[in-house]
Design a protein around this ligand. Structure first.
Ligand code: F6R
Length: 257
């Protein structure tokens, strides 16, 4: 695992966009496909604006690009949250990234993939069929979650079983509901769906490369716990310690380790 500190949000966003761009450009210009795992959240907003600009200027044909989003909320009927719901992650991605990409690049709507609450295992199968993720972009929850793989007591699950968790529907942790209500729903906790469909630990840990970005003071604590070196289901991001090509990038202005 590689640790990398940058000055601030702007530098983190540029660094992350450049990493993703270089994986996409290297693979597509070599005549291969590019499979990129993406995250939503406040951490990523500027990164997507920069990345879209880079892709538009590069003049690369993006028909071979597929994106696989980590997660989506699930509504009371057990379906992916409607696109028009203000908290929909598909809506977030459309507004912050997909709509910013010039249609002339050839990036295809059917290659913008999300896990499907009706059939979560199909998501893992599709990632495998397409050859696996070339890079996975991650944020980190204040409780150490990655995607919506929430902490589980080490008494309830072994590390081996946790690392193999497939894509699935999960109940969101109380801290996640509270944080997401505060940061994305004007503190209205009832607006935040209680469940989500998430990419599992297995698909995340199989990505060829992982880049995790952190830029909020509350993320210092889970990062310090990763640094302590112990892998535990109580801190899902600690499983990245076992992933050889993970880079953690954090901003020095907000995070002191
Ligand atoms: C989002 C996701 C989450 C977030 C994490 C940090 O798709 O999977 O794990 O990356 O909750 O969110 P922000 O960036 O809003 O602090």
């Amino acid at each position: 695992m590689k640790w990398n500190s940058v000055k601030n949000y702007r530098q983190m966003s540029r660094y992350g966009a450049e990493r993703l761009f270089s994986v996409i450009a290297d693979r597509l210009s070599a005549g291969k496909t590019a499979n990129i795992g993406l995250a939503t959240g406040n951490t990523m907003i500027k990164l997507y604006a920069i990345l879209a600009g880079m892709l538009n200027h590069a003049g690369i044909d993006l028909t071979g690009l597929s994106t696989f989003n980590l997660d989506e909320y699930v509504d009371d009927n057990g379906n992916n949250l409607d696109y028009r719901h203000p908290l929909s992650y598909r809506q977030y991605m459309t507004e912050n990234f997909f709509d910013l990409i010039d249609p002339a690049t050839g990036f295809r709507q059917e290659n913008m993939v999300f896990p499907d609450a009706e059939n979560p295992s199909a998501f893992d199968a599709l990632i495998t069929r397409r050859g696996g993720l070339d890079i996975q972009l991650l944020g980190i929850g204040f409780n150490g979650h990655i995607g919506f793989n929430e902490p589980i007591s080490a008494e309830e699950i072994t590390a081996e079983d946790f690392a193999r968790l497939p894509s699935r529907i999960v109940e969101l942790d109380a801290l996640t509901l509270k944080t997401n209500a505060r940061l994305t729903a004007g503190d209205q906790i009832d607006t935040v769906p209680r469940r989500a469909v998430t990419m599992g630990m297995d698909s995340i840990l199989k990505a060829k490369e992982v880049i995790l970005l952190a830029c909020f003071t509350e993320q210092a604590e889970p990062l310090r716990r990763i640094r302590s070196g112990q892998t535990t289901p109580e801190l899902p991001a600690s499983f990245l310690l076992k992933h050889q090509t993970t880079e953690i990038v954090y901003t020095e202005d907000k995070i002191k380790l």
